[in-house]
Design a protein around this ligand. Structure first.
Ligand code: GLU
Length: 318
């Protein structure tokens, strides 16, 4: 069986996809890729495509950028289903999930500062500093509460990504017990994304490969909460010519000059190695998107973590 065949084929009903941008700047090419991929793969099978604004990390939120991203998406011809979900309005749902994990004794209070965790080197996991488990058996008296952490078992987890195939991670080594909520009240992305995807009935997650390493944490959280995890498909990341990941932070202008034109959509299709409409035919963005929905083929997506060409010229793949 080809990997791509496992994506969603086992499910009997139409898929529910989603797009979940963080409002940290204008829409840029990297985010557009995730929009195109998630949209095509949801619509291709008659599914829904939901919109969620991930505005939990308030210091990083740039005022006005959610509206600018949504406006750009509309100008490119994207249409989403149902109301837009804002993570900043979902604290009650995250707290209810935490209560459930508390009842199962899966979470514990942690008093360690980032500095202390960093000082515990060489415990450096593949996803950054690995929490060494200092507070697992209880917070020593007098230590301030800094975070709530999820206990992770010492075993190997794996999942089948529709592009990257069988992906393995030993959570205990890669990250250790991870944070779900900070003492200042901020919920972690890992918790929010799981609760949001579950509550919205999302069945397929299509996003950039920078989140491949977070996926096992999310699948494990789904299981701790008794949820059925969605299917995952990660897309290669676009790198700028200097080899940096294209993001709202290193590309502050984004696609602004081209919003509403077909060029960025065609570049996204080229980048994802999809068939292009015949050259010489003028197409409006919504026509390019309608074409993309018809022809989008998972099997053609390059299986590379990142590609060094934001113009979509794929030179070497794999
Ligand atoms: N908010 C994340 C981003 O803008 C995407 C999260 C996700 O798709 O799970 O990169």
């Amino acid at each position: 069986m080809m990997l791509s065949e496992s994506f969603d084929n086992d499910r009997k009903t139409a898929p529910v996809g989603r797009f979940a941008p963080s409002p940290t700047g204008p829409l840029h090419f990297g985010t557009l890729l995730a929009a195109v991929g998630s949209y095509c793969l949801a619509r291709q099978r008659g599914g829904q495509w939901l919109m969620r604004i991930e505005d939990l990390d308030s210091p990083r939120v740039v005022p006005g950028s959610a509206a600018s991203i949504l406006h750009a998406l509309e100008a490119f011809g994207f249409e989403w289903d149902g109301p837009i979900v804002y993570q900043s309005e979902r604290s009650a749902a995250y707290e209810a999930a935490l209560d459930r994990l508390r009842q199962e004794h899966l979470v514990y209070d942690c008093g360690c500062s980032r500095k202390e965790i960093l000082a515990s080197a060489p415990h450096h996991g593949e996803e950054g500093p690995r929490y060494p488990g200092t507070c697992r058996d209880g917070l020593s008296s007098g230590r301030p509460l800094r975070a709530l952490r999820l206990r992770v078992p010492d075993r190997l987890f794996c999942f089948n990504d529709a592009v990257f195939g069988l992906t393995e991670q030993r959570l205990a080594d890669a990250v250790g017990d991870f944070v779900l909520k900070r003492a200042d009240g901020m919920y972690a992305y890992q918790l929010a994304v799981v609760v949001d995807d579950h509550d919205a009935g999302v069945t397929q997650v299509v996003r950039g490969a920078d989140l491949l390493g977070s996926t096992v944490r999310q699948i494990y959280l789904h299981s701790c909460l008794g949820y059925c995890a969605p299917d995952y498909l990660h897309l290669p990341l676009a790198l700028s010519p200097d080899g940096m990941k294209l993001s709202k932070r290193n590309d502050p202008v984004g696609l602004q000059g081209e919003v509403g034109s077909s060029g960025p959509l065609l570049r996204a299709l080229r980048f994802l190695n999809q068939s292009l409409p015949l050259e010489g035919i003028e197409m409006q963005p919504h026509e390019v998107l309608a074409w993309a929905v018809k022809i989008f083929d998972i099997a053609k997506i390059p299986r590379a973590l990142s590609l060094l060409d934001q113009d979509g010229l794929i030179s070497e793949v794999k």
